[in-house]
Each structure stands twice: as C-alpha cells, then as structure tokens.
Ligand binder design. Structure first.
Ligand SMILES: Nc1ncnc2c1ncn2[C@@H]1O[C@H](COP(=O)(O)OP(=O)(O)O)[C@@H](O)[C@H]1O
Ligand SMILES: [Mg+2]
Length: 374
C-alpha cells in the first residue's frame, strides 16, 4: 500500500525552479532515502511532505489522505499530518530536562499521565538512556542528545518518520552506531521512514529504497543493489561507490556474431542483449571488479603500482595505466605490493556500459551488463 504519494509536485523559489514536477510513491513500512549532492532538492522535498514548505503545484497524500492539492486548494498544516521528525540539529529544548523533551508532544495532545509515563520509560529504555530523565540537554554528549531525539520519535509512535541528515553532526564512530540504531528503530516501529542524506554509505546501509536526485530530478529509484549494480545512468554510477568507478572511453564494435569493447586499454568481448547498437560508450568498472595480476594475460592492461592504502579489511590500490590513474579495491590487508609492474583486467560480468552522448545505461538487464571472459 502506498503511504506517501507525490504527484507533479513543483517548487519555485522566485524564478528558480528547485523541483521540476516530482512524482514519487513510497510503500508503507519502507525505509526510503533521498540521496544526492547538496542543492539537489532533498530538504525541499522533505519539508514539502512535512508541510513546512508549500509546493507551487501538484498533489501530496499521506496514508491515502490528501495533504496538499493545488487544484483542490487543500493544505493540511504540519501538526495535523501525524509525522515525526528528526533534523540535523536535534532541536531539543535546552531549558527542558530529558523527560519533558521526550514527552512534550504527548502532553500537548492530552494523553493520560500513565500512558505518557509508560511510553517515556519504554522509549528511554530502547535508546539506552534509562535513568537520564532529569538531565538537561547540556549535560549530555552529542550522541546522547541525538538519542533523546530518537526517543521522542519512538514515544510519539507516528507512522511516518522524516529525517534530514540526522547524523551529519556526529563523529564517525557515533555515526555508524546511530545508523544501526535508527534502522532498528524504524523497523521496530514498523514506520515508513523518509531519510535525507548526501552520504551514499548511509543510503546503501539503511534503505529498502534509494531515490537518487540531481537538480530536483529523480535519476533512479531502486534497491541499494539496483542502484549499485545497475545504475540507470553515468551520474548514478559515479555518485554511488567509494572509491569511485573507473571510467573508460571506449567503442563497441561488431565482431562476427559477438560485440567487442575496446578503448583506453580495454579490449574484451562483451555479452549484450540482441539489437544493442555499436558505437561510442563509456565503460564503468568498480574498483573491486578490477583484478591485478603479476603476469600478463589476454586482454590485460599493463600498469604500475602507484599508491597502496590499507583500510583494514580492504586495501585501495592506485595504479598508473596509460597516463592516467585506476583505482582497485583488494579484499585483504596490504601495506605494499610486491612488484611495481602489474597487469590489470576487468572481472567478467562486471562492466557497466553507458551511451557516451546521453549517459544512459546501455542495457537494462536483470544483472550487471555481462562481459564474457576472454
Ligand atoms: N528558502 C529558499 N529560497 C531560495 N532558494 C532556496 C530556498 N531553499 C532552497 N533553495 C534552493 O533550492 C534548491 C534545493 O535546495 P535544498 O532542497 O535545500 O537542497 P538539498 O537539501 O538537496 O541540499 C537549491 O538550489 C537551493 O539553493
Ligand atoms: Mg538539505
């Protein structure tokens, strides 16, 4: 069932069109992330859903109820939309202790005292802040303050949660911890969550559905695996993945009944759906799909080791190849590579091809565009 539905939503700021008509349907109970570079319209979209921003046109419904309709002249105020929020600043009231911060909305909605106490205890327990009821926000660490904001969401039991870059003020360790906690909370509450971030790791780790945006337009909406393995266009391919994809300007040519991909060091046979036209393409290969070997092999490119960076479970190896740099990801710990001269080739089945002119993915198959081994 669709819980959140945007149809033809637009937003102008003066002459600036921040959102061209935007269409988005979010099923109930899903964790959906709006992902994209700064200024692409994520916050604007979220604030429109919240009712904090009035769209210039279109319709918005939540749980089947129309919240905004330009044509119908409807605009339900934010407090009547039944939503929970966490924004970048935790927005705790500095003059209220933890218990009052968590229960403010419940008290305003005149819930019975016993119910409020029960929900407070349950929420604080869930975020491991039991016993901290009497502290002021200034007596808590950044992470604990963030947990108070989470407890407030848990206590309110809203069926739709909106979060705008809630982890960006936290240090790296805490961010990873809170990521897990927010994902668990959303699952336990059975809530529909719309999460805004520019951080692709947050998007991939937390979401059921990732919506990649650029200049107010949706580039692709898909599962983390679809976004990562089958990017719809070159923008998505380059935006997702750290380290980034390696790009090769190459050409597809017919070779008997097969196709060959050649250019910038690549020279390989490729398996493509029937009817794929030859022509200029951009091939994108993820760092973990390039193989380094000590010996030359058919179709392998000669390269030189440039920089070796162990990250723990993996090592990033930068190679010099034909006057430019390639990035490889090796799934073990290495401080150095035994020799300078190496050969590199692409793992079969892991080359993504895009039309050089339009940047659109060449073949939308069930998996990554398959590349046959030599
Ligand atoms: N209040 C505003 N007045 C004018 N322009 C705005 C306002 N809010 C956002 N914008 C513009 O709308 C676009 C989208 O902004 P925003 O939704 O904040 O992007 P994001 O959250 O993805 O970084 C940007 O170009 C931004 O400059
Ligand atoms: Mg924003």
């Amino acid at each position: 069932m669709t819980e959140v539905c945007l149809r033809g939503i637009t937003k102008h700021y003066g002459a600036h069109l921040a959102l061209p008509p935007l269409d988005l349907e979010i099923p109930k109970g899903q964790f959906v992330t709006l992902l994209g570079p700064s200024g692409c319209g994520k916050t604007t979209t979220l604030r429109i859903i919240a009712g904090l921003e009035t769209p210039s046109g279109g319709t918005l419904s939540l749980g089947g109820r129309t919240m905004f309709s330009e044509a119908g002249g409807e605009n339900v105020p934010p407090e009547k939309r039944g939503l929970g929020f966490i924004f970048q600043s935790y927005a705790l009231w500095p003059n209220m202790k933890v218990d009052r911060n968590v229960t403010l909305a419940l008290r305003q909605s005149k819930l019975p005292g016993a119910e409020i106490s029960a929900r407070l205890a349950e929420a604080l327990e869930k975020v491991q802040l039991a016993g901290m009821e009497d502290r002021f926000p200034s007596e808590l660490s950044g992470g604990q303050q963030q947990r108070v904001a989470v407890a407030r969401l848990i206590a309110a039991r809203n069926s739709i949660l909106l979060m705008d870059e809630p982890l960006s003020n936290l240090d790296a360790v805490l961010r990873t911890e809170m990521r897990t906690e927010l994902k668990r909370m959303s699952r336990d509450l059975g809530a529909t969550t719309i999460y805004v971030t520019h951080d692709q790791v947050e998007a991939l780790t937390m979401s059921d559905l990732v919506v990649v945006m650029k200049d107010g337009r949706i580039q692709q909406a898909g599962s983390p695996s679809e976004i990562y393995h089958r990017p719809a266009n070159l923008f998505v391919a380059e935006f997702i993945g750290d380290p980034k994809v390696n790009l090769f300007q190459a050409e597809l040519r017919r070779d008997g009944s097969r196709m060959r991909l050649a250019g910038e060091g690549l020279d390989m046979e490729v398996d493509l759906p029937r009817g794929t036209a030859p022509g200029k393409v951009t091939a994108a290969i993820r760092p973990e799909h390039l193989r380094i070997s000590d010996r030359p092999g058919p179709g392998a490119m000669e390269a030189a080791i440039d920089v070796v960076q162990p990250t723990g479970s993996q090592t990033i190896v930068t190679l010099r190849q034909g006057g430019r740099l390639l990035t490889c990801l090796v799934s073990r710990f290495l401080e150095a590579w035994p020799q300078e001269q190496v050969w590199v080739d692409a793992q079969p089945g892991h080359v993504m091809l895009f039309d050089r002119e339009t940047g659109q993915a060449l073949a939308a198959g069930p998996g990554p565009v398959a590349v046959a081994a030599e």
